[in-house]
Design a protein around this ligand. Structure first.
Ligand code: FAD
Ligand code: DHB
Length: 393
């Protein structure tokens, strides 16, 4: 098989890239190790920045999102049992976020690409990258996990294969730097069959720690609480989970949280991670393959899309015979945005979580930060601008 760009991974990075390249007349194939059902069934992110919503529409993918997604003008921050509304649209000249789950975005991207002749091969095994040092790179793989060996010959390989994929590892260790912070807490996430309890997302920092109230639809809610990352989910009975949500989301104004059957639950660790550079020879890495943010700022998916927007522009310019220096500077362009998203995600995470390793002084600092957002216009604008998505530099 011969294409211009071989993409590993059918997550947000790989699939958005396939769409952007198709728009620019560049041929590509996407190789994905999981089945289509698995990719479309994994519950992850929920928040789209304003420009990702616009991009979906420009790519002809906006119809279901506009019908089923939920536009939010702001978010609620809560501490000391009191709530503060952050008017994101008012603070950013009218920009809004969309709550539309990642797996729904992926369903739309996959269906549309396949319907228009795109090639996405699910369930591949043995993905191996080679030749990125020279000018004839290739990806070897096996269909259905262990079928006969096949090869994608291409001009460029893109590792959009998440944190554990082979993309980043294909950059020689001596040529990459890795920056990491692992947090001493994780998130326990649940899906609940219940009506909404509040009209917007609530991020709360109470005595017992962080909680987040989000939504999926009028009858399904998505909620998270801070927990020990090493906890066994079996030790979190539904009763214990609800006790914690009531404690952390409780207020003194008579509001109450509506419970319902928990239909899914799981624990994820929280980490910040950046690999520099994000390219080597004819290999480019994008999304979680290159960087991880803790989910508190809702940035991971959006950052993955930002990388491939930059990459697709650089590839298109290079194929048009224009500036090849854009491709050389892909990593440099992306990392400016990446580090700002890392900063914001770290700020939101440290401000909103209880960290037993911190002194009382440091813990007081987080409440001062929260109160600054309530009382300082500049602080509120800064949070809102970052949350809704910074302008491209
Ligand atoms: P992935 O989605 O990880 O996709 C990589 C793909 O590559 C996978 O499908 C994988 O199967 C495939 N792959 C791996 N290895 C191989 C191989 N060898 N061969 C072929 N294919 C391979 N982000 C937000 O922006 N907003 C949020 O609100 C938000 N909330 C989150 C909540 C949770 C609980 C979690 C876990 C994450 C959240 N995120 C959020 C982060 C977001 O989900 C990720 O940042 C996003 O999925 C990254 O996309 P990606 O395409 O880079 O990687
Ligand atoms: C969701 C996840 C996040 O990480 C976040 O910051 C906001 C919402 C969600 O899954 O809905």
């Amino acid at each position: 098989m011969r294409v211009q760009v071989g993409i590993i991974g059918a997550g947000p990075a790989g699939l958005f890239l396939a769409h952007l390249l198709h728009r620019d007349g560049i041929s590509a194939v996407v190789l994905e190790s999981r089945s289509r059902d698995e990719v479309e069934g994994t519950v992850r992110a929920g928040v789209l920045e304003h420009w990702v919503v616009e991009l979906m529409q420009q790519l002809g993918l906006g119809e279901r999102m506009l019908r089923e997604g939920h536009v939010h003008d702001g978010i609620t921050l809560q501490w000391n049992r009191a709530r503060h509304h952050l008017d994101i649209a008012g603070l950013t000249g009218g920009k809004r976020i969309m709550v539309y789950p990642q797996q729904e975005v992926l369903k739309d991207l996959i269906a549309h690409r396949l319907a228009h002749g795109g090639e996405i091969i699910f369930g591949v095994g043995g993905t191996t990258i080679r030749g990125i040092d020279g000018d004839r790179p290739a990806i070897d793989f096996r269909r259905d996990g262990n079928g006969p060996a096949e090869t994608v010959a291409c001009d460029y390989v893109v590792g959009a294969d998440g944190f554990h994929g082979p993309g980043r590892q294909a950059i020689p260790a001596a040529r990459r730097g890795e920056y990491q912070k692992v947090y001493p807490f994780g998130w326990l996430g649940i899906l609940v069959r219940a009506p909404r309890s509040w009209h917007e997302l609530i991020y709360t920092h109470q005595q017992d720690g962080f909680a987040l109230l989000s939504t999926r639809s009028p009858d399904v809610q998505r909620m998270y609480i801070q927990c020990d990352p090493n906890d066994d989910i079996a030790d979190w009975s539904d009763t214990r989970i609800w006790e914690q949500f009531h404690a952390r989301l409780g207020t003194d104004d008579g509001w109450s949280l509506t419970e319902g059957p928990i239909v899914q639950k799981g624990i994820i660790p929280l980490r910040s991670f950046v690999c520099e550079p994000m390219q080597y020879g004819r290999l480019f890495i994008a999304g979680d393959a290159a960087h991880i943010v803790p989910p508190t700022g809702a940035k991971g998916l959006n950052l993955a899309v930002a990388d491939v927007v930059v990459l697709s522009l650089a590839l298109a310019e290079s194929y048009r015979g224009g500036r090849s220096d854009l491709l050389q500077r892909y990593s440099q362009f992306c990392l400016r945005r990446v580090w700002k998203a890392e900063r914001f995600s770290w700020y939101m995470t440290t401000m909103l979580h209880r960290n037993e390793n911190e002194s009382d002084f440091e813990q007081r600092m987080h409440f001062a930060d929260l109160d600054l957002v309530r009382t300082s216009h500049a602080s509120a604008v800064s949070l809102a601008e970052n949350y809704v998505g910074l302008p491209f530099d």
